[in-house]
Design a protein around this ligand. Structure first.
Ligand code: TYD
Length: 335
């Protein structure tokens, strides 16, 4: 069936992978990407689809009602990725998290209601649940966010639920765990530690390095969103788990081993305030729709680390950006 899908945040890490995936797997689909190209959204991330006649790029902000309305007009489905996503930045400057993640999602929902879309997929996060010591969160677990980032995503998640109940908007929510792969901004654990190790710089591991995350490969993540978009039930949320729970120190060692660098590069530094100790998700609801993760963690991590090692042209301009990247790194790690 011919259809048009609007993807917000499509020039970011997961959004660009999802855009590529959709165009490759659905020859009848047209994709519109709406992206503000803030620090983490980069047009280069869409290089593989530029020139495809089924692809349109719109430079604009989800907080701008007029732009969103024009972008959504005539779209059948919406997949809403656009968000500020880095916990540490949210601790320094929460402002943009509230305006983009909460208010921007409100603009998206309100426009979807007025325009009348067929499906609205909201990309939430496992961080809305907060930390869990043992076991795993189900979609019914209470939302207890720890950081301004997580709270802004929880606010958006609740708004999406309210729009389903109040207005009958055909929404679907996904709550994915920590994702990794190529083109992830080098402020997140895996790309940050990889580019620092490549420069023989210390890897700043927070606290005791024993915090645990469940790692989800980006290829499995985008297949999960495809599954929910096409087979999910309206009004429902779906956890996306990677099934690869590891302590941060283990991930750090794997990165160093892949690059042939010494473990002495690991440097324990001051912890992040309100640092969630462990995340874990029960993904049986999503598996019941036929999805399961396919990537082998060690293999996918090695391939990811080698992708950064082989693509300095992708991350070098970021590292050289004094106004954004260097200023953030100095403010955060020098605090
Ligand atoms: P991150 O990639 O920021 O994702 P999230 O906070 O959403 O889980 O961090 C992953 C884990 O790595 C988290 O427990 C924090 C830790 N971490 C460090 O130890 N040092 C760092 O410099 C960064 C960025 C993260």
């Amino acid at each position: 069936m011919r259809k048009t899908v609007l993807i917000t945040g499509g020039a970011g890490f997961i959004g660009s992978h999802f855009t590529e995936y959709l165009l490759a797997h659905y020859p009848d689909y047209e994709v519109r990407v709406l992206d503000a190209l803030t620090y983490a959204g980069r047009r280069e991330n869409l290089a593989a689809v530029e020139g495809d006649p089924r692809f349109i790029f719109i430079h604009g902000d989800v907080r701008d009602k007029q732009t969103v309305r024009e972008a959504m007009q005539g779209a059948h489905d919406v997949v809403h990725f656009a968000a500020e996503t880095h916990v540490d930045r949210s601790i320094l400057d929460p402002d943009a998290f509230i305006t983009t993640d909460v208010y921007g999602s409100f603009v998206m929902l309100e426009t979807a209601r007025q325009v009348g879309v067929e499906r609205f997929v909201h990309v939430s996060t496992d961080e809305v649940y907060g930390a869990i010591e043992q076991g795993a969160f189900t979609e019914e677990s209470p939302l207890r966010p720890s950081s301004p980032y997580a709270a802004s995503k929880a606010g958006a998640d609740l708004l999406v639920q309210a729009y389903a109940r109040t207005y009958g908007l055909p929404v679907l929510i996904v709550r994915p765990s920590n994702t990794f792969g190529s083109r992830q901004y080098p402020e997140k654990l895996i790309p940050l530690f990889t580019v620092r190790a490549l420069h023989d710089q210390p890897l700043p591991l927070y606290g005791d390095g024993q915090q645990r995350r469940d790692w989800l490969y980006v290829g499995d993540h985008v297949r999960a969103i495809d599954t929910v978009l096409h087979r999910g039930q309206f009004g429902e949320a779906y956890n996306i788990a990677g099934g690869n729970e590891r302590a941060n120190i283990e991930v750090s060692r794997l990165i160093l081993h892949t690059l042939g660098k010494p473990e002495s590069l690991i440097q324990f530094v001051k912890d992040r305030p309100a640092h969630d100790r462990r995340y874990a998700l029960d993904d049986s609801k999503l598996r019941a729709l036929g999805w399961r993760p396919e990537a082998d963690f060690e293999t996918a991590l090695r391939e990811t680390v080698l992708w950064y090692a082989n693509h300095p042209e992708w991350w070098q301009p970021i590292l050289q950006n004094k106004q954004d990247y260097q200023a953030f790194v100095q403010r955060w790690y020098g605090r």
